[in-house]
Design a protein around this ligand. Sequence first.
Ligand SMILES: [Zn+2]
Length: 267
Amino acid sequence: MSAGIHLPAWGADGDFGSETLDGVLSFQRRAGLDADGVVGPATMAALHKAVGDATPNSVMRIINGVEVYDYRGQLAAPKNGKPEWGNRWPKFRGVVLHRTACRLGENPARYFRVNAHMHVTLGGRIILCHPWDMHIWHGHKMSLWGLGIEIDGNPEGFPGYHWKPGGGPDDVTDAQVKACDVLLDLLLEEFKVNGRPFDRVWAHRQGSENRECDPGWQAWQKIAVPWMERTGALPGDAGRQGDTYGTGFQIPQSWDPTSPTKGFRER
Ligand SMILES: [Zn+2]
């Protein structure tokens, strides 16, 4: 709309409906692009240019059919980012998995200010926002040792128990699982290049009682467990049930059947 596209019937309602499609087509024609109705990198760049936006262009690559948008080094640090802490690679040894607890959607720009290094949309796009050597306070204590990954969607924390009513619950999609496979390959390569072991996959749950449902049973079963099996990584030194930090909780059996930790919400 800032680029002069009118959406008279519905306005900005967050849906890519017929009116938005018409708007995209007319913008593409005006900008001399292929009018295919798809907001790919060229259309996105033209939109940013049209609104005089300093928003950077991503380098978009497709790896194994997955779109990888890479903005590293081009964005302002997020609110809880601490670039002044210097290169954090010497401390990093894995990742912390999160879910957004809302639906940020498919537009990469929605993720630019989120306090995490990288994101996986429900549609299976990978968005790399911040340099991987940056300290970002995303996951309580584990932020010191792990890069932050936000998996979009409002999850069920435990089967039948919904964390944040008001939207969802959003299943972890097959596209997210596929994208996470690609993401793990990228991570393993970068850990290797930096001479660091990838021996930890943490759940945000382990760091705070306020995050007991984060990232939820589906993300753990479909993403963390296969990652741990592939890499030998663990959520801490206590085995697959993991360690706790601060007020956090271990990994429960409903998340990982090999964990001995049980009970409702399985603390
Ligand atoms: Zn989290």
